[in-house]
Ligand binder design. Structure first.
Ligand SMILES: NC(=O)C1=CN([C@@H]2O[C@H](COP(=O)(O)OP(=O)(O)OC[C@H]3O[C@@H](n4cnc5c(N)ncnc54)[C@H](OP(=O)(O)O)[C@@H]3O)[C@@H](O)[C@H]2O)[C@H](O)CC1
Ligand SMILES: [K+]
Length: 486
């Protein structure tokens, strides 16, 4: 499931046209695909009204109407802004629809199903008052509401929205647009489904799906022992924040870390050892690492939960990053503005939007309005892996690949939730051979714990300490997906 910006879609269409596949044909494919997707959701007894604009989004709606009509559905077309230009692809499809003996109206018809084909990727804010009035009126209708490509009134990339069509579901053409993963525009989409229009998937931005997670989760063989997956080194927790080390450690252990060493203060070790008897402890590991000392034979390291930025932090991070082959997660206090040199295994940074703002100098609003782009740019410039947390965590890699996580909900917006994520990533770095898959699967698993929680509990009442407890059930589901993919 790929994600394309408005510019990329325009370029794809341009290339297709240049190579002999005109927009007129893509519109035909879109209409046919939309018909297939919609027919499965409605009955012939329901009336359908398609509100079509003057651009190509409207054209898709006109083709959909033809497929519905020739297959015996009760469909009508409403053209609130008048018909599209006769020479445009949409205008030609309207002419063909009329030649088939059907009509399009400029008057509004009430219907059971309302299809929004007013504006698509070609919409540029601010919304004209005439269009805002139409969208407002459509929103008031009591009908099943379906948007084509994206809800009208939403800017495809930034999600800027003033008046937007409130869809129950959106049939996205060729791929998602970034606004499907931004707040508040995501709410206008309702449920989403991607409709194939016959173009190859070319982009490097995509959703990391449950199927991806199932296919890439490593199998555990019956011959596995505690040393099979290597040792994770967690530098976390301080006298004032011992709980952070606990949450990260439990996340790591429940995610399959064979062996875990926790580098923490003597007080924090005493406070958490009873709750994490599986781990061994490196007392004052943080200061030892700052002096260049690391435990032997560690497979991956994570630093930051419950640690403050201080002088020793830079030396500590330097020691870890000097080990070219060591996957390193930098979280919380370890996320600071610094320059990274190219490394065999890129460091993994897990900022929330506030931390991302601190290290990039961009405002939080700017980051949040273009999360995919902001994370992608920093990952490329600094040769790092960015895990930009928040609703739909974005994972950006230095080679330009970007994955968006579909799992999770507001239950995760709690202190300590990120600590568990760091632990899960650490464990997955030990158990996966691909760094990308380790990061993507960890983020997917972390979000899934919250999805499982809301099946029986309220978002408000989930605590970060529930995350490790929910991991076994989520892991079981993932393992079933993996077995099915085998
Ligand atoms: N490869 C693909 O995915 C394909 C997708 N298709 C569909 O094409 C649209 C994009 O079509 P485009 O013609 O570029 O643009 P739209 O139809 O989305 O919008 C153009 C109309 O919108 C009006 N507009 C623009 N801004 C505003 C505004 N601020 N207020 C009101 N109206 C606005 C514009 O009117 P103007 O008077 O400004 O010209 C146009 O009427 C994509 O979303 C898919 O649905 C292709 O069909 C196939 C390939
Ligand atoms: K639309």
């Amino acid at each position: 499931m790929h994600i394309y910006s408005e510019k990329e879609i325009r370029e794809i269409d341009h290339q297709a046209e240049k190579n002999g596949l005109p927009v007129f044909t893509l519109m035909e494919n879109a209409g046919a695909g939309l018909y297939k997707a919609l027919a499965g959701k409605i009955s012939k007894r329901q009336t359908v009204c398609i509100a079509a604009g003057k651009g190509n989004n409207g054209g898709d709606g006109i083709v959909l109407a033809r497929y519905l009509l020739i297959n015996g559905y009760q469909a009508s077309i409403y053209l609130p802004f008048g018909p599209p230009d006769e020479s445009s692809p949409a205008g030609k499809h309207l002419a063909y629809l009329r030649a088939c003996g059907y009509n399009a109206e400029t008057e509004w018809l009430h219907a059971d199903v309302l299809v929004d084909a007013l504006l698509g990727t070609g919409f540029h804010p601010p919304l004209k008052e005439e269009a805002a009035g139409v969208i407002r009126a459509l929103n008031e209708e009591k009908a099943m509401k379906v948007s084509i490509d994206l809800p009208s009134g939403i800017q495809a990339d930034t999600g800027t929205v003033n008046e937007g069509f409130e869809a129950d579901f959106t049939l996205c053409l060729h791929g998602f647009k970034p606004s499907a993963f931004l707040m508040p525009s995501e709410r206008y989409y309702g449920e989403t489904e991607v409709v194939d229009i016959g173009l190859p998937q070319t982009g490097n931005k995509r959703v990391w799906s449950g199927e991806d997670a199932g296919m890439t989760l490593p199998a555990i063989h019956s011959t596995a022992h505690k040393g099979t997956f290597g040792t994770g080194y967690l530098l976390a927790g301080s006298d004032t924040m011992p709980g952070s080390a606990l949450l990260a450690a439990k996340g790591a252990i429940r995610s399959g870390a064979g062996k875990l060493i926790i580098g923490t203060s003597r007080f924090a070790a005493g406070a958490i050892a009873g709750a994490v008897p599986e781990a061994t402890y490196e007392i004052d590991g943080f200061y030892k690492t700052a002096k260049g000392k690391l435990p032997d034979k560690i497979k991956a390291a994570a630093i930051g939960p419950g640690l403050e930025e201080e002088d020793a932090m830079e030396r500590c991070v330097k020691t870890l990053l000097a080990e070219e082959d060591l996957p390193v997660v930098l979280d919380a206090g370890a996320i600071q503005k610094r320059k990274y040199s190219k490394r065999k295994i890129p460091p993994i940074l897990t900022p929330h939007p506030g931390e991302m703002s601190r290290i990039t100098g961009l405002s939080i609003e700017d980051i949040q309005s273009r999360r995919i782009e902001a994370a992608g740019q920093y990952a490329k410039e600094q040769h790092v892996i960015v895990v930009l947390k928040g609703r739909h965590t974005v994972m950006a890699f230095p080679d330009g690949d970007v994955y968006v996580n579909p799992t999770g909900n507001a239950a995760l917006a709690k202190g300590g939730s990120g600590d568990s994520l760091t632990g899960i990533i650490l464990a997955f770095l030990c158990t996966h051979s691909s760094i990308k898959e380790a990061v993507a699967n960890a983020v997917y698993l972390h979000g899934s714990t919250a999805d499982l929680w809301v099946e029986s509990g309220g978002e408000r009442s989930m605590a970060a300490s529930d995350i490790p407890e929910l991991i076994p059930a989520v892991m079981k589901k993932l393992e079933e997906k993996r077995r099915r993919a085998e």
